[in-house]
Each structure stands twice: as structure tokens, then as C-alpha cells.
Design a protein around this ligand. Structure first.
Ligand code: AHG
Ligand code: MN
Ligand code: MN
Length: 330
């Protein structure tokens, strides 16, 4: 089996980018070890701090953020970084060619229940000149690489450099990420959806109707049964979609009108959209293709609908401009 380094060489990925990706892979091995030691390493539980988005930080959010920051600082190819757990962008190496955006630990609410968590990253080209927040405000379409590492029963990395999506599995014996799927393909059709149903009453009408129709199964307009799965870590839900198809959505809701979206464009939606598109799937907000959004600020949040191409199209048809149906539920 090919190692990650060998695959990047066979893809003719530029040396500077390959080095950066290998450094992210190395850091994820250390994170995997910290996650695996759990309570033995005293890494579980919350801190007393909040991040810029007002969320209480878990100890592992802070530890993994520091691990990635230190590794990227030691890596000569990174001009700057932006993280879900950092208030502001961080300047790294003046000569660096790349910007890295990351969610150091996705699925924080799963940490203390020994369930799935992961690290999500996105690599953008660094523009010339002074580094500031503006440097990062590039559409997802500009990404040169994106991926995640899932700390599950096995530690796996999904990666794209724009040449399809690949899966690597961490071999615990050799400590190498080995290529275990060289061309991930999302099935175009699916009978599985992922959404936090507890927010149902807060969704917009199109999403209310779409999900209601899925729930009606064979007696509804779709004339087939749908199954539901929800891991509560985007990284786990997207991994399932890449493995066996599905539609994953965290839609707009009006639970808190000041915060209509949950997922973050630069750290979650864009890298996942790149992986999904490269695997033949689609990623949209309902009204706009995720990777075409011009970001207005680094911590921006967006609605996300992604996965199996035909099912995402079906969901988008409920959001069409000629949408006139009333929701068929109370
Ligand atoms: P994070 O742990 O990085 O804050 O992200 C959690 C996100 C995402 O991974 C997941 O899909 C969603 O929050 C789940 O949230 P709820 O269970 O609160 O709906
Ligand atoms: Mn997250
Ligand atoms: Mn996080």
C-alpha cells in the first residue's frame, strides 16, 4: 500500500504543499494519541474559557489548537493560520506560500462520551503583501487542498488536492498513513439523511417540507423509505456520506435569530465541500454553491446541505424560486 508521501509524489503535488500536508498528518497522529489516552492523559472535560463564538472550550479544543499552531509555526511553508479557536488570524512565516484554516477538534460534544471527533483543515494560497484577515477571505474554490482526520475505531484521513478524494488509514504499527481508497465516490442516490431533528420547528419552510416528505416514506411523494443517522460531529457524518452516500444538512434555523447558521464556512463547510465535490457529490446552502461563496469574515457561518448529488438536487428543488407550497406539517 502507498504511503501518504508516496501518493502526494505520484500526484505531482508541489513539494511545499506536500511538506505542509505531511506536517498536518504528523500532528494528527499526535492528536490521535492524545484522544486515545482520554481520561488517562487528563485531557477530557471543559475549560473555563469561551472561544470568539461564545462556545465553552473543551480542554481538547485548546490542546489540539495549540498542537496544530505549534506544528504550522515550525513548518516553513505557512504564511498564516486561522482557527475556530483563535479570535484573530495568526501570522506564521513571512515567506510561507499557504494559509491554513482549521477546526482543530470537530464534534467537541462527543469528547466526553468517547465518541467520534476529528480535525478539519483547508489550505489556501497566500496572497502577496501584508497578512491580515482580508488575506483569508477567498472563496472555497481557491483551496489547493482540504481534508479531515477522523479519530474513530481506526484513525483515517480524507484528503483532496483537487485530484479526486482519497482515504488513508493510520497503520498503528508503522505510524504511516496508508492509501486505502484512491478514488472515493459518493453514490448519486441515497436513502439516508442526517439532520438534527430537534431543530425541526425552527427550520425554513422548504426544509420543513423536504424532511417531512422523507419521513412519509413509501406513502409520501418520494414513494420510498429513508433512514436517519446523526453523529453530532460533522466529520463523522460527512465520513459516512463519503463511504456510502447520504445527505447531510445543518440548515438555517431561527432558534436564535442572531445566529441562523451553525457550521463555519472557512473551517468546516469549505473543506468538506471540496472533498464532497471531488468525490462526485454536491454542497450548497440551499441557495448558493458553498465553494462559490465570497467570505465576508473568517468566523462566518453558513447553512450546509451536502452529499449524494441527486438527493442534494432534490432538496434544492424545494428551495427553488418558484417554491410556493405551504409546509405540510404543523
Ligand atoms: P464543533 O465541535 O467544532 O463546535 O462543531 C460541532 C458542530 C458539527 O460538527 C455538528 O454537525 C454540529 O455542531 C452538531 O451540533 P448539535 O448537535 O448542537 O446540533
Ligand atoms: Mn466543528
Ligand atoms: Mn471545533
Amino acid at each position: 500500500m502507498q504511503t501518504l508521501a508516496q501518493t502526494l509524489t505520484s500526484q505531482a503535488v508541489k513539494d511545499s504543499l506536500a511538506q505542509l500536508l505531511l506536517s498536518l498528518a504528523d500532528t494528527s497522529k499526535a492528536i490521535s494519541s492524545a484522544v486515545r489516552h482520554g481520561a488517562l492523559a487528563g485531557v477530557l472535560g471543559a475549560t473555563e474559557q469561551e472561544n470568539v463564538q461564545g462556545e465553552t472550550q473543551k480542554k481538547l479544543d485548546v490542546i489540539t489548537n495549540d498542537m496544530l499552531k505549534d506544528a504550522l509555526k515550525a513548518e516553513g511553508n505557512v504564511r498564516g493560520l486561522a482557527s475556530e479557536e483563535e479570535d484573530y488570524v495568526v501570522e506564521v512565516s513571512p515567506q510561507g506560500e499557504y494559509l491554513v484554516c482549521f477546526d482543530p477538534l470537530d464534534g467537541s460534544s462527543n469528547i466526553d462520551i468517547n465518541s467520534l471527533v476529528g480535525t478539519i483543515f483547508s489550505v489556501l494560497p497566500a496572497p502577496e503583501g501584508e497578512l491580515n484577515e482580508q488575506s483569508f477571505l477567498q472563496a472555497g474554490r481557491q483551496q489547493v487542498a482540504a481534508g479531515y482526520v477522523l479519530y474513530g475505531p481506526s484513525t483515517m484521513m480524507a484528503l483532496t488536492t483537487g485530484q479526486g478524494t482519497q482515504f488513508y488509514t493510520l497503520d498503528p504499527e508503522s505510524g504511516e498513513f496508508l492509501l486505502t481508497n484512491d478514488n472515493v465516490q459518493i453514490t448519486p442516490d441515497t436513502a439516508e439523511f442526517a439532520i438534527n431533528m430537534s431543530n425541526q420547528r425552527f427550520w425554513e419552510a422548504p426544509m420543513q417540507t423536504y424532511i417531512a416528505d422523507l419521513l412519509l416514506g413509501k406513502i409520501g411523494p418520494r414513494e420510498q423509505s429513508f433512514n436517519m443517522r446523526w453523529i453530532a460531529a460533522m466529520v463523522g457524518d460527512v465520513h459516512r456520506v463519503l463511504c456510502r452516500g447520504g445527505i447531510f444538512t445543518y440548515p438555517t434555523d431561527n432558534k436564535n435569530p442572531a445566529k441562523p447558521f451553525k457550521l463555519r464556512l472557512m473551517y468546516e463547510a469549505n473543506p468538506m465541500a471540496f472533498l464532497v465535490e471531488q468525490a462526485g457529490g454536491k454542497a450548497s446552502t440551499g441557495y448558493e454553491t458553498i465553494m462559490d461563496i465570497q467570505p465576508s469574515e473568517i468566523h462566518q457561518r453558513v447553512a450546509v446541505i451536502l452529499g449524494s448529488r441527486n438527493e442534494v438536487d432534490m432538496c434544492l428543488s424545494y428551495h427553488g424560486e418558484d417554491y410556493s407550497q405551504e409546509p405540510n406539517i404543523d
